[in-house]
Design a protein around this ligand. Structure first.
Ligand code: RIB
Ligand code: CA
Length: 312
């Protein structure tokens, strides 16, 4: 039984690798890709999603443009990490395939209303603005969502955008709070997990050596993407955040998890976007998320490399 998913994303080199992993995996049926402003503005994240589908040889995949800015706040982007285009690294041709006319939020709502309840997963790789908008416009879809699996937040790792906040949550904390409050089965893959999945030189060279187009393209994406975090953390390689979401769907045994209460700070300017995780259960707040605290990094990269080898 394949997992039927909507990927909500702000490509972004790591988003690109996540999308490629999903498209390379027969266990996953991608019902559509919805784009959101995040790493770069919406026009670029949408264009990048189209480019990635064409790298995968999948012009049939439907891509829908979503929110151009967070629910309440001005957009914060991350060109310093992802480059001006959001997909710096390889030189990829302009996309031939085009965006769907239907807005992303409408696609999320209509898909969840038409598919059997509890059969569609929302795999979110960027700010949660689109999902929050869909839930606000159509609260009836909440019980129909099988699960949300989101890359975002940080516990003991703190933040990567401020000392307290990880980028996806920092950009739209109100959206993250709203999605968490909807009572949907929620798996969170925070920096504590993704910082264990480092794109070491050996791992990148194994991708570059793949005898197809995708391997070398991914290696070039990672060559560019990892430089910022290598310099920041002084590590061999940078964290490969978003593909962890797809790897969770494919092989959850690669992860260690804990049921944790997660709340989102939306008021304080100092800690806005912080995921306040009650890891040691010092409050009486009920656990509302399955939080991935660790990953078998070797197993993850073996899976990733084996799957990307299947693409053109
Ligand atoms: O903090 C990492 C997350 O923010 C990743 O999803 C990356 O693509 C950016 O969106
Ligand atoms: Ca992302």
């Amino acid at each position: 039984m394949s997992q039927r998913i909507i990927i909500d994303t702000d490509p972004g080199q790591d988003d690109a690798v996540a999308i490629l992993l999903a498209l390379a995996s027969p266990e996953i049926e991608v019902l559509g890709i919805t784009t959101v402003a995040g790493n770069v503005p919406l026009a670029l994240t949408s264009r990048n999603a189209l480019k990635i589908c064409e790298v995968a040889g999948r012009p049939d995949v439907k891509v829908f443009a979503g929110a151009a800015r967070p629910l309440q706040r001005p957009l914060v982007t991350a060109e310093h990490v992802h480059g001006r285009t959001g997909l710096d690294g390889p030189s990829l041709p302009d996309p031939v395939m085009t965006l769907q006319a239907q807005p992303a939020v409408d696609f999320i709502i209509t898909t969840l209303r038409s598919e059997a309840p509890g059969t569609v997963t929302l795999a979110t790789l960027g700010p949660l603005t689109n999902v929050a908008l869909a839930l606000a416009q159509a609260p009836d879809i909440a019980p129909r969502i099988k699960q949300v699996v989101a890359m975002g937040g940080g516990c003991f790792e703190g933040g990567n955008t401020t000392p307290a906040a990880e980028f996806n949550i920092y950009v739209d904390p109100e959206a993250a709070r709203a999605v968490l409050a909807a009572g949907i089965p929620f798996t969170l893959i925070p920096l504590d997990c993704t910082h264990q999945a480092l794109t070491s030189r050996a791992r990148v060279e194994a991708l570059r050596a793949l005898p197809n187009r995708t391997g070398p393209v991914v290696a070039q994406l990672l060559d560019f993407f990892e430089r910022y975090d290598e310099e920041k953390y002084g590590t061999d390689g940078g964290p490969l955040h978003d593909p962890c979401v797809i790897a969770w769907l494919l092989r959850p045994a690669l992860f260690s998890t804990r049921e944790v209460n997660v709340e989102i700070e939306c008021s304080s300017p100092l800690t806005r976007g912080m995921t306040v995780m009650d890891w040691w259960r010092v409050t009486d707040r009920k656990p509302n998320a399955t939080v991935c605290g660790g990953i078998d990094a070797d197993g993850f990269f073996t899976l990733l490399t084996e799957r990307l080898a299947r693409l053109p």
